[in-house]
Design a protein. Structure first.
Length: 335
């Protein structure tokens, strides 16, 4: 690991200096230290933003929950207001990693974590091509061990996925992310914060390396989660083991019910693309249906016909439909 300097930020604006590969911000460190160990990043200086006052808050403000970027996953998962008004976020936060990691990991850093693609997450120098690590070399996963990778939004340049659990729940809740940078503050829908490889290519950016809409020098300040009275939600994570494992597929559902039937639905998949994947077609067709697996599954299967599985991950299409159906049923009150 490269030697680096260390400084403690006294205010959020101090993080503006952390705007290139030479200077980077650090909070919980559960992700960045892995990047440094593997050679994904080699900053000359770290700016510690983890002690900034007020950025770990969780509070109700004007009909919404405001969750600071430095709030840890365990705090979010156990917070009474989050559990009452955004159960899906509580469940997603507690499904991430181990209790020890969740005590350090912040929600700001969690949504910025990079793909779990084995070709990318290897110690440098890489013995295989990876456009994310070495632009122009190719994508070993495209025709290789791609069992865990994308079924939506990928290009030949990269087939990686975004592995965050909380970001899937935040997208289902129609949350916003508040950013601070040299040009001031701005707010984006969480659902639009990440870019698929197709999104990046359409915007003229490198489809393998452009992952979010963060601009140079920007940091995440907080998330804004609207509170809807009567809204019910649930998160389902499918993984190979129950502890300390990333999702093969995950699903978040947030429902408004009227007379036992769905009046409004938000259904989002995780670990199927480089951003949370809204099933917009299914959301529209679910209105008027009972929140049961039997009613939801045919609608979800039809929506997932648009998936583009890779050579080894076709199972994800079936698994995603099942996970989303289960999330809908749980949100609707099924035991």
């Amino acid at each position: 690991m490269r030697n680096f300097a260390y400084a403690v930020a006294a205010r959020p604006e101090d993080a503006f200096a952390a705007s290139d590969d030479e200077t980077m911000p650090i909070a919980g460190g559960t992700e960045l230290l892995n990047w440094m160990r593997l050679g994904i990043a080699a900053p000359a200086k770290l700016v510690d933003i983890g002690r900034l006052e007020g950025l770990d808050r969780i509070e109700r403000v004007d009909g919404r929950l405001e969750i600071g970027a430095l709030a840890t996953l365990n705090r979010i998962g156990e917070d009474p207001a989050v559990r009452e008004h955004a159960a899906v976020l509580s469940q997603a936060a507690l499904a991430a990693a181990s209790a020890q990691v969740r005590n350090r990991a912040t929600i700001g850093g969690n949504v910025l974590q990079k793909t779990r693609c084995a070709y990318f997450r290897a110690e440098a120098p890489l013995p295989w091509p990876c456009n994310k690590r070495a632009p122009g070399t190719g994508c070993a996963a495209l025709d290789g061990a791609n069992e865990r990778l994308a079924i939506f939004g990928w290009t030949d340049a990269c087939v990686a996925t975004q592995p965050s659990d909380p970001v899937v729940a935040l997208a289902a809740l129609d949350a916003e992310v508040e950013l601070l940078g040299p040009s001031g503050r701005r707010v984006l829908p969480v659902a639009e914060f990440h870019l698929t490889q197709e999104d990046a290519a359409a915007a003229g950016r490198d489809p393998a390396r452009a992952e979010t809409r963060l601009e140079r020098g920007e940091v995440i300040l907080a998330y804004r989660v609207p509170i809807r009275d009567g809204m019910r939600s649930a998160y389902v994570k499918v993984r190979e083991r129950a502890s300390y494992e990333y999702a093969l597929v995950s699903a978040a559902a947030a429902l408004d019910l009227d007379g036992g039937r769905i009046a409004r639905a938000s259904v989002v998949l995780g670990s199927v693309a480089q951003k949370p994947w809204h099933l917009a077609e299914a959301e529209a067709r679910l209105i008027g249906q009972p929140p049961t697996r039997e009613a939801a599954l045919p609608i979800l299967k039809a929506a997932l016909a648009a998936a583009r599985p890779l050579s080894r991950n076709g199972y994800k299409v079936t698994m995603a439909a099942g996970a989303a159906a289960r999330a809908i049923a749980l949100a609707g009150g099924e035991a």
